[in-house]
Design a protein around this ligand. Structure first.
Ligand SMILES: Cc1cc2nc3c(=O)[nH]c(=O)nc-3n(C[C@H](O)[C@H](O)[C@H](O)COP(=O)(O)O)c2cc1C
Length: 210
């Protein structure tokens, strides 16, 4: 089993990175070969609408735009599982996450009948980290994120998502104009809930990589 692990946060050592490292360990615990990628280290664009992937004389299911995403897309399509984590920015995954999804999925979408050209199967685990408390996520964000999750169904595998809520955004809130957040409540969450989230990321990473 091959599992690609992607951190789609610009921060390489914070919440999303920790969650993805736990998911990676989970994948490795069941014997998967893993590769960890910081998406923000790559230089790339979203879909350029070149439409070469839709031309009749071209191989289907391949993105023809060449940049740092080219080998990553090939690796994902060649893998058995993809574990990807993103912070929530303005209610959505990050722009880099979105750019990857455009490139990865559009070339596999048939404009003839809406089916997937992809003949393999990649299980996908999506991890969202955010400031919002769990109740807010459930009421206001979960449904809109389902459309992103649907796109990964074009990879024919299981798609699992997991929210990590109320994350610590900075170590010392008193140094920032962030009066809307309570350091005390954030630290409580960090002690009581975050370890459970890390454990869950491990479990999902293992389950999808079996
Ligand atoms: C530009 C920006 C926009 C954000 N928008 C939201 C948001 O809409 N909802 C939310 O709950 N958190 C929001 N956040 C907070 C991050 O999602 C949260 O701190 C996340 O855990 C950061 O992940 P990281 O620590 O891996 O970078 C935003 C943060 C930034 C920098």
């Amino acid at each position: 089993m091959k599992t690609i692990v992607i951190n789609a946060s610009p921060r390489k050592k914070w919440n999303t990175a920790e969650v993805m490292q736990a998911a990676q360990k989970g994948a490795e615990s069941v014997g998967a070969e893993t590769e960890y990628i910081n998406l923000y280290d790559l230089v790339f664009k979203g879909c350029r609408s070149c439409l070469i992937c839709k031309m009749k004389d071209k191989t289907k299911g391949k993105c023809y735009w060449r940049d740092d995403l080219t080998p990553l897309i090939e690796k994902i399509l060649d893998a058995d599982a993809l574990l990807i984590g993103t912070p929530i920015y303005f209610g959505e995954p990050t722009s880099e996450f979105r750019a990857l999804v455009e490139r990865l999925i559009f070339c596999n979408l048939s404009y003839d009948d809406g089916s997937s050209y992809y003949s393999g199967k990649v299980n996908v685990g999506i991890f969202y980290t955010m400031n919002a408390p769990f109740d807010f996520f459930e009421k206001n964000m979960k449904d809109s994120l389902a459309s992103t999750e649907f796109l990964f169904s074009f990879l024919n595998g299981e798609v699992v998502s997991y929210p990590i809520c109320d994350t610590l955004q900075v170590h010392d809130y008193s140094k920032y104009n962030m009066a809307g957040f309570s350091q005390e409540l954030k630290e409580k969450q960090l002690i009581l809930q975050y370890p459970k989230d890390i454990e869950k990321a491990f479990e999902i990473g293992a389950e999808l990589s079996k």
